[in-house]
Design a binder for this molecule. Structure first.
Ligand SMILES: Nc1ncnc2c1ncn2[C@@H]1O[C@H](COP(=O)(O)OP(=O)(O)OP(=O)(O)O)[C@@H](O)[C@H]1O
Ligand SMILES: [Mg+2]
Length: 249
């Protein structure tokens, strides 16, 4: 398969789906990947497409309008795009709306990875756990190890080091915890110039950006995470469900 598909999904709104989708597209365009990078925005707010339109980048932008009352048309269009054969290597990033219709979630299950941004409040953690359990149930019905379900702790206060709150709440769910993204003003106010502005931030945030980019490219697209999971499974079949990837890569 030449196409690697990543969806940004959470039933909750305002958690950072669009922000992390845009950041992934920009980050990937700075890696060695020289195939196509496509972003499909399925949210009528069009945040991702609109911001990336303002950046002169090589990211291919697409918008699929969704009508909540009859989502089937949008779903079948997205399904066609996700199943389209391609000779060229490509990465498809999909931004979604809050409260995604069930049909959209079902369609997204064909992706290689689902990134679930989550803020570290008790209410969001609880809501996200319920959502992840639903996704995990759908994954089991499909009978496979795909898609990877990855929680991305986002908007974490800049001085907060530990995310134990999240890891302990998720210990009985089959999920990966991705690298932490801090609450950073430029991610809120200047995504258009994020790539140049990030270099002027303190080292800690630069590293965070690079860590995020590496996670998307190396761990997911280049499948380091698959190798890690396989190695863990052969080593110890009772190994922990939660893999804090940032500690392993
Ligand atoms: N790491 C971050 N640091 C600072 N601000 C952030 C960060 N991530 C997201 N935000 C801000 O939080 C708000 C919500 O983010 P965003 O629009 O990406 O969420 P969303 O999940 O796509 O929302 P929606 O459900 O409405 O589509 C925005 O104002 C965004 O700028
Ligand atoms: Mg959004």
């Amino acid at each position: 398969m030449n196409s690697y598909k990543i969806a940004f999904l959470n039933s909750k709104g305002g958690v950072g789906k669009s922000t992390l989708c845009i950041l992934s597209a920009l980050g990937l365009s700075q890696t060695r990947f020289n195939g196509k990078i496509k972003l499909i925005d399925t949210d009528s707010q069009k945040s991702s497409v609109s911001i990336l339109n303002d950046i002169n980048s090589k990211i291919e932008l697409d918008y699929i309008p969704f009508n909540h009352a009859s989502p089937n048309l949008g779903v079948s269009l997205l399904d066609q795009k996700l199943k389209a054969f391609t000779r060229e290597e490509e990465i498809i990033l999909i931004d979604t709306m809050a409260h995604p219709p069930r049909q959209l979630v079902n369609c997204i299950m064909q992706c290689n990875a689902i990134l679930i941004p989550c803020n570290l409040s008790e209410i969001e953690i609880r809501a996200t756990i319920e959502f992840v359990k639903t996704l995990d149930g759908l994954k089991k019905v499909r009978g496979g190890g795909s898609p990877h379900l990855v929680i991305m702790p986002n908007k974490v206060p800049a001085n907060q080091l530990h995310i134990d709150q999240l890891t302990s709440a998720l210990s009985d769910v089959d999920v990966i915890i991705g690298p932490t993204i801090s609450d950073i003003a430029i991610l809120k106010n200047d995504l258009v110039n994020v790539r140049s502005k990030i270099t002027k931030l303190p080292q800690k945030f630069k590293n965070q950006y690079l860590g995020f980019r590496d996670f998307i490219y190396k761990a997911l697209v280049k499948k380091e995470i698959d190798r890690l999971i396989q190695a863990q499974e052969t080593e110890d079949s009772n190994s922990e469900n939660v893999i804090p990837i940032s500690k392993n890569i």
